[in-house]
Design a protein around this ligand. Structure first.
Ligand code: NAP
Length: 306
């Protein structure tokens, strides 16, 4: 593959930035990649593991001369980080981000950017429950969607170039309006995370079920909630605070459906439950047919240790 950007700057060096770096190196998609992280500890770790060609101690140094600058920090600090980055941007550069919420990031970042740069926000729909500079890997984005959210009037060539980079990571790429993105993600990611956090919290509260039993019998379903509920607390706090409207809308609908199922159980309405579960099973089949998960039993996991 050929180089898409001569100079790339990654601001924030966690799971997503480190995965982007390894994917860029694997594919030969970038010339030099610089990196900056807020803490000296993260910068030292990055140097130790060879994450980025050059790890910089200031934002200015990292951004200087970059053709692409990607903000890879929690959604809640995108605006303040953009303000730090802005004075150092080279004319014609592209600024992007990887935040999980888009309307709020556009509103936070856009006003800080000078007219002489292109702004193409992005969101890779790929992640794990791990975070930090050591957690990334080159194949994270393969066969997963990345959504680009260019504001109206964005230079087509700048958007297409960023698309080429993400396609070089093995991702499928789509474009969307920010509000639509936030509603889709509220349904597919944000509300499910909140429900998982709640379920794990409920189990934690139910001290009648002892901790050891919760862990011992977790393969009955609970375990899959705990994986999601182990996700980074800062990132997810920011996601809910910045995608408030869409998340509350989806949770409202969720609560209505939950009440309907609760009523069906109370009234012994087996037909309602059966019809509902038949419909949800079809959605699972659709996800497997779209290549977004495995149809191996138990997600292809080996059996539990006795
Ligand atoms: P992460 O592993 O926790 O890394 C976050 C990075 O941001 C760290 O380098 C951290 O620096 C830096 N940072 C945190 N607060 C900062 C601040 N106030 N100022 C400057 N830098 C700061 O996070 P991640 O999972 O890569 O997530 C990064 C972005 O990607 C988030 O916006 C998230 O919504 C989005 N995203 C995440 C996933 C996922 O599953 N994890 C998926 C798609 C998109 P220090 O290490 O020095 O603290």
């Amino acid at each position: 593959m050929s180089v898409v950007y001569e100079r790339v700057a990654l601001i924030g060096l966690g799971l997503i930035a480190s995965s982007m770096f390894w994917a860029m190196k694997r594919g030969g998609l970038a010339g030099e990649v610089t990196g900056f992280a807020r803490s000296a500890e993260t910068r030292d770790t990055a140097r130790e593991i060879g994450l980025c060609d050059r790890v910089c101690d200031t934002v200015a140094e990292a951004v200087e001369g970059a053709d692409l600058v990607v903000l890879c920090v929690p959604v809640g600090v995108m605006g303040s980080v953009a303000a730090e980055v802005a004075p150092h941007l080279k004319p014609g550069a592209t600024v992007s981000d990887v935040g999980s919420v888009k309307a709020d990031v556009l509103a936070q970042v856009g006003p800080h950017l000078p007219d002489h740069v292109h702004f193409v926000p992005a969101h890779p729909l790929a992640g794990t429950e791990h975070s930090g500079p050591r957690s990334g890997f080159a194949s994270l984005f393969e066969h997963r969607w990345t959504i680009l959210v260019p504001p109206e009037g964005t230079d087509r060539a700048a958007t297409d170039r960023l698309r080429t980079l993400w396609e070089g990571f093995g991702a499928f790429v789509d474009e969307m309006e920010p509000e639509h993105h936030d509603l889709v993600l509220a349904v597919t990611s944000h509300a499910p995370h909140l429900i998982a956090y709640t379920m794990v919290g409920v189990a934690d509260d139910l001290r009648r079920v002892t901790d050891s039993e919760v862990i011992k019998y977790s393969a009955a379903g609970f375990r899959d909630f705990t994986r999601i509920a182990a996700s980074d607390p800062t990132m997810w706090r920011d996601v809910f605070l910045s995608n408030k409207e869409a998340t509350l809308e989806v949770l409202g609908r969720f609560t209505e459906e939950l009440f309907a199922l609760q009523r069906a159980i109370r009234q012994g309405d087996g037909d309602h439950l059966h019809d509902y579960f038949t419909r949800t099973r079809a959605i699972r089949r659709g996800i497997i047919e779209a290549g977004q998960d495995t149809d191996a039993p138990n997600f292809g996991r080996a059996g539990p240790k006795p």
